[in-house]
Design a protein around this ligand. Structure first.
Ligand code: 4UW
Length: 548
């Protein structure tokens, strides 16, 4: 029998994100509450400022480029306090936002711009050159790049978003009419269970549902305090806004619940500790490698982190040892959450009070979620046994963009999404993720699609065949990608050859996709009769090597 959430069903209103966030009657905090704060520049946005800036930006998009419903705006920037206003300004004009990792190379960004059909790109000055080259490759005109943030082009030739806010004649524009169940709010990129990154089509309803699910589940447990400026919960936001975890849990949840977000563009452990201390941060969404640093790094000793009442870890497996090590050192409890780009994202979270009773569990089902575990031949496994997790609910995506084949592979006709994650649940409804049937590698929570790396590596003149797998690196609390390569006869194997391939790859991929797990030369890649790479065989090989 499928398992239903233990929370009461919540009603998901038929509204788009704009109506949900900016036309609601039940907002329980004042319009002048600061929601987004930049501790470096001291710039802030109150709720009212986000709203008015978003409207101005949306009008500017219409005035400049005749923005239409369904037009895609790509976002290529590290975390920036202008991002929320840009996001909802795009929605105001009827657009879809497609955020990309600012670490992408020109080719990686060009792929996404082309795939999502971007009409314009928003970036920051240090990323402009990459954005320009990628835009040229993808056919996006150069004059459709806008910059946000504090740095401006000294020549004044590149449009800054503030300059398109007050274009003359914008008063005649009206907000776009959205069908929340059909119209897309976001196109985030995920490789799903196999292959290259694909556009995950998330509707307005998907995100509205997930924010309400978080409110009833996670936030209810945490008893968020949305008190006045300077009081109330303050959440440190270094997790990227371009990834679904940051997009929903940070940008959307904070505005909906009236919580202050302190925005960090890039993580470093000293910066993290200093901001926690100076801003009296009470909560942080993190990934396992950050917990490792907090429980081991010597710099942590110099700071007072006692304002933090809890952290939430997700995006990759978290070990019991790490949870215990952090608590021992800092007395900060960590709970886990779980989810995927395709589920908007959060499906499970550990109730706050259970953090130390169910360490290792990703938690219980959030409201409106139904789950079951399936065998490889797609039969439901009995309660408590291990299987692939399938999920159903209003937060499940609409499909992969322009990819009916992969959509049909991922979604069942009765609405279940096949997560590709393997696990089980205990008799109290606590879920555990123990393995993956999908190919995906996660480096510090970032997706690394093996098929993409294999595709690039086969372009190396000395590579005859290749397979990439993830190796768990305990010292960094993350998986790292490793390539198994069948070289051409003439290629010098050994350390020098491996180094040559690693350096060649470093030029071609974003930092999180580098071959940090090294290169191994083999005589052949193990494959099934149908030619599918047998990654399990390589994983066993890696384990044997590890054990000496
Ligand atoms: N334990 C083990 C976990 C876990 C995990 C995710 O890049 P995506 O598509 O999406 C994410 C989303 C992370 C996330 C969502 C909601 C939430 O509350 C939270 O909280 C803490 C985190 O990373 O990758 C999805 C894949 O990431 C793995 C799993 O393999 C999943 O399919 N994953 N969370 N707690 N593995």
């Amino acid at each position: 029998m499928p398992t239903d959430s233990k929370y009461p069903l919540i009603e998901v209103p038929k509204t788009d994100l704009w109506g949900f966030l900016f036309e609601r009657k039940d907002k329980a905090y004042p319009d002048d509450k600061v929601i987004y704060h930049d501790p470096y520049t001291k710039r802030s946005y109150t709720y009212a400022q986000v709203k008015s800036t978003a409207i101005d930006f949306g009008k500017g998009l219409k005035a400049l480029w005749d923005w239409q419903k369904g037009d895609v705006l790509a976002l290529f920037t590290p975390n920036c306090i202008d991002t929320p206003a840009i996001t909802w300004g795009c929605h105001w004009a009827g657009g879809i936002l497609s955020p990309a990792n600012p670490g992408y190379t020109v080719d990686e960004l060009a792929f996404q711009l082309k795939d999502c059909g971007a009409k314009a790109v928003v970036t920051q000055l240090p990323f402009y050159e990459t954005a320009k080259k990628a835009a040229a490759k993808a056919g996006v005109p150069e004059n459709r790049i806008i910059i946000i943030g504090d740095q401006r082009d000294p020549e004044g030739t590149i449009k800054h978003f503030t300059s398109i806010r007050n274009l003359s004649g914008t008063s005649r524009y009206r907000k776009a009419r959205i069908n929340p169940e059909e119209d897309l709010a976001f196109l985030v990129y995920s490789s799903g269970t196999t292959g290259h990154p694909k556009g995950v089509m998330l509707t307005h309803r998907n995100i509205v549902a997930n924010v309400l699910m978080l409110k009833a589940g996670e936030s209810g447990n945490l008893k968020w305090n949305n008190g006045p400026n300077g009081e109330g919960d303050k959440i440190l936001a270094f997790l990227p806004f371009f990834h679904i975890y940051g997009l929903t849990c940070l940008i959307h949840q904070s505005l909906y619940s009236g919580l202050m977000i302190v925005v960090m563009p890039k993580f470093d452990i000293e910066g993290f500790c200093k901001i926690v201390q100076d801003c009296k941060i009470t909560f942080a969404y993190v990934v396992p490698p950050v917990i490792l640093l907090l429980s081991k790094h010597p710099a942590v000793e110099k700071y007072d982190l006692s304002s933090v009442r809890m952290m939430n870890s997700g995006a990759a497996p978290l070990t019991k040892e790490l949870v215990e090590a952090l608590y021992k050192r800092l007395k900060i409890p960590v709970k886990q959450g779980y989810g995927l780009s395709e589920t908007s994202p959060t499906t499970h979270t550990q109730p706050w009070e259970d953090w130390n009773k169910t360490i290792g569990s990703v938690g219980t089902l959030l409201p409106n979620q139904t789950a079951k575990y399936m065998s490889p031949d797609e039969k439901e496994v009995p309660a408590g046994q291990t299987g692939e997790l399938w999920i159903k609910g209003p937060n499940v995506f609409k499909g992969y963009l322009n990819n009916p084949e992969m959509t049909a592979h991922a979604l069942t006709p009765d609405g279940y999404f096949k997560t590709g994650d393997v696990g089980h649940q205990d008799e109290n409804g606590n879920f555990y993720i123990t393995d993956r049937v999908k190919e995906l590698i996660k480096y510090k929570g970032f997706q690394v699609p093996p098929a993409e790396l294999e595709g690039i590596l086969t372009g190396h003149p000395s590579v005859n065949d290749v397979a990439v797998i993830g190796i768990y690196n305990k010292d960094q609390a993350t998986e790292v990608p490793r390539a198994y390569i069948v070289p051409t006869n003439s290629f010098g194997k050994g350390e020098k050859g491996a180094q040559e391939i690693i350096e060649w790859m470093n030029q071609k991929v974003a930092s999180h996709k580098r071959l940090r797990g090294g290169v191994r030369f083999v005589d052949e890649i193990p494959k099934s009769v149908s030619g599918k790479i047998l990654r399990r065989v390589l994983k066993l090989k890696a384990q044997e090597e590890e054990q000496g």
